[in-house]
Design a protein around this ligand. Structure first.
Ligand SMILES: Cc1cc2nc3c(=O)[nH]c(=O)nc-3n(C[C@H](O)[C@H](O)[C@H](O)COP(=O)(O)O)c2cc1C
Length: 310
C-alpha cells in the first residue's frame, strides 16, 4: 500500500487539485468511488494569513474524507509558513505546495508555475512550509517553465532534500499551459532519481490508463484532474455507468453532499450548476439536460429537477 509519510493510501489514484471543483462535497464523492486521496482547490497563503473568511471556508473538511490534502499557493516563504501553520492547526493529512498553476493571477505574483523559474525561492518555500508542518508535505510541479528549461528533476531533488514526502509531476511546461500532450518520460526520469514517492499527472482518462502509466514509468501514484470533473467513476475500475438514470443518481448524491456541507448553496448556485452540468456529457439528450440545469431558479428547484429526470 502506498504511503505518503505516515499516511496510507488505499488506492494510488488521486484526485488532482482543481480550482472550482475539488471542494469538500466532490472530494467526498471521489473518495466514495475509490480515490485514495483528494487534493483541495488551491488555497491562497495570503488569504489564510490575513484571515479572509472565504479562504478560511476552503479548509472545511470532515472525518469521512480522510486522508485529505490541502494545497497552498504563494510566493513569499514567510507567508507560506504562516499559512502552513494555520492550516496545520486543522490537522490535515497532507499539505501540498502549488508550483504548477499557470493561471496569470497566480503567476504574476511569482507563485504557482512561476516558481519553476526560481529554484532558490522554491527551496525557501519548501523549507519554510516543512518546518511548520507536522504532517507530510508534497510539492506539485510541472516539467519546467518551457521546453528549453526542463527542470522537474532539479526541483524534485530539491523537494526531497528539504523534507518533502512526495512530489507530483505534471508532464507539461508552464508555457504549454494545457496544450499538447503531457510528457510522461519526465515522470519516469524523476522516479528513477528520487527516493520519495513520485506521482505522475497529465491526460489520464480512466482507471486502466492510470495503472498503465504507473507500470510504464514506475511512478507510485497518478493524479487525475480533468477526467474526474463530472466523472467521479474515473477512480473505479468499472468506470462511468452506461445509463442516464445511474448517472443522475450520483448527481443527486453530489447535490445532497453539497446540501449537507454548504451553508448557503444558493450563494454559489452558478458554480454548482456548472459542476453538475459536467455529468451530462455524451448522452442522448444531455445538451437539453445541461440547459435545463442552468434554467433552475434556486437550489431547491435544481434538486426537484434532478428528482424529476432520474
Ligand atoms: C479547472 C482546473 C482547475 C485546476 N486547479 C488547480 C489547482 O488549484 N492547483 C493545481 O496545482 N493545479 C490545478 N489544476 C491542474 C490539475 O491539477 C492538473 O495538474 C492538470 O489538469 C493536468 O491533469 P489532467 O490532465 O488529469 O487534468 C487545475 C486544472 C483545471 C483543468
Amino acid at each position: 500500500m502506498l504511503s505518503i509519510g505516515s499516511i496510507l493510501l488505499e488506492s494510488p489514484l488521486i484526485l488532482a487539485p482543481l480550482a472550482g471543483y475539488s471542494d469538500l462535497p466532490f472530494r467526498l464523492l471521489c473518495r466514495q468511488f475509490g480515490a485514495g486521496l483528494c487534493v483541495s482547490e488551491m488555497i491562497s497563503s495570503h488569504g489564510l494569513a490575513y484571515g479572509q473568511s472565504k479562504t478560511i471556508s476552503m479548509l472545511d473538511s470532515c472525518a469521512e474524507e480522510r486522508p485529505v490534502s490541502f494545497q497552498l499557493f504563494g510566493a513569499d516563504p514567510d507567508i507560506m509558513a504562516e499559512a502552513a501553520a494555520i492550516l496545520s492547526s486543522r490537522c490535515p493529512d497532507v499539505i501540498d505546495i502549488n508550483m504548477g498553476c499557470p493561471v496569470k493571477k497566480v503567476t504574476k505574483r511569482g507563485a504557482g508555475a512561476a516558481l519553476m523559474t526560481d529554484l532558490p525561492l522554491a527551496e525557501k518555500i519548501v523549507k519554510a512550509v516543512v518546518e511548520k508542518c507536522p504532517c507530510p508535505v508534497t510539492v506539485k510541479i510541472r516539467s519546467g517553465p518551457d521546453s528549453a528549461h526542463i527542470c522537474a528533476l532539479d526541483f524534485s531533488l530539491m523537494a526531497e532534500d528539504n523534507g518533502a514526502a512526495a512530489v507530483a509531476v505534471h508532464g507539461r511546461t508552464w508555457k504549454q499551459q494545457f496544450s499538447g500532450e503531457a510528457d510522461w518520460q519526465i515522470v519516469a526520469d524523476v522516479k528513477r532519481e528520487v527516493k520519495i514517492p513520485v506521482f505522475g499527472n497529465g491526460d489520464v482518462k480512466n482507471h486502466a490508463e492510470a495503472i498503465t502509466r504507473m507500470h510504464q514509468t514506475g511512478c507510485d501514484a497518478v493524479l487525475i484532474g480533468r477526467a474526474a470533473i463530472g466523472n467521479p467513476w474515473v477512480f473505479s475500475e468499472k468506470g462511468r455507468p452506461a445509463s442516464l438514470s445511474a448517472v443522475v443518481k450520483v448527481v443527486r448524491a453530489h447535490l445532497e453532499l453539497i446540501d449537507s456541507h454548504f451553508d448557503e448553496p444558493n450563494r454559489c448556485l452558478g458554480s454548482i450548476k456548472n459542476h453538475l452540468g459536467k455529468y451530462f456529457k455524451n448522452f442522448p439528450g444531455s445538451a437539453k439536460a445541461r440547459k435545463e440545469i442552468y434554467q433552475q431558479a434556486d437550489f431547491t428547484a435544481l434538486s426537484s429537477y434532478l428528482h424529476r429526470i432520474g
